[in-house]
Design a binder for this molecule. Sequence first.
Ligand SMILES: [Zn+2]
Ligand SMILES: [Zn+2]
Length: 346
Amino acid sequence: MNKLLRGLLILGIAFGAVAWLAVSTRTGQDLLLPRLINAAMQSQSVTRYDGIRVFMCGTASPLPSPDRAQACIAVMAGETLYLVDAGEGSSETFNLFGESTVNIKAVLITHFHSDHISGIPDFNLNSWVSGRKAPLVLIGPAGVERIAEGFNEAFALDRSYRVSHHGEDLLPPALGELGFREIAPDEVWQDGELRISAFPVDHGPVKPAVGYRFDYKGRSVVISGDSNAVDSLVTAVGNADLLLHDALSMPMISAMEEATKRFGRERQSRIMHDIQNYHAHASMLGKAAEQAGVKMLAAYHLVPPPRNALMENVFLRDLPEGTVLTRDGMVFELPAENDGITVHEP
Ligand SMILES: [Zn+2]
Ligand SMILES: [Zn+2]
């Protein structure tokens, strides 16, 4: 063994010993802990972006996934922050990546399947505790009132405990209740310089089901919600900079259907069969994106959510080259009055 190698080996052993002492001994823990907490406190969340900033807070569908939350996309334009859907685990993902909930203005709901709404109470609680200045509003098609009122009732006791524990000055009770606004499936409205357009999608038998388009300072982002790749969507997408689309991998879902059948799991097998007709097959998204003239295609609400490189590659082989297979924590930045799109890996 030459001198250099021996030196490196001794250095490695010494480093390992110091790391072990720091993590495993009481003195080491007491030294490290305040530093780690300080570092976490100092991380600054983004509260303003000159253009459109998209944060992926959930990229999975209802099929279980260890490191993906269910459908959730945060769209920031200037200082305005909206969520599109909030499935299970998405609030946790949002917080884990250091995003701030305090400025969330509303949750735009595409439809009322559980994997798009079950994270709403957590976002509501987190943003209320963080000091949100107005009630969190749910915006969605007919039925949104029932969702808001149902959650308000289900979490009434939880809110009462928290108010009596922390006081009304810290947690004003009126800000803890969800508000709601029903929209038409093709409604277009303006929020300052941001234009939001709802458009109907094909997710039958789920009706109504909509997608949303955001236009701000010359940039545009379209979010499909759950939908087949249909013509109405192509129209709505019209030359958008970024299209985030629901995607189902037929090779994987077919394999799962076959396997569940082989193992006598008839119920699961039938579900694997039924879901094939109301999500966009990955193999069809390329044509739709090309027809719509979209600059960048990104797949989310992945059915099934890929767990490893093999599953990711099976997904990607059906998508056009350059398609982004999203993952939780990914960020897309579209600067104002510009052509560029920057993709930040988590
Ligand atoms: Zn759905
Ligand atoms: Zn869904």
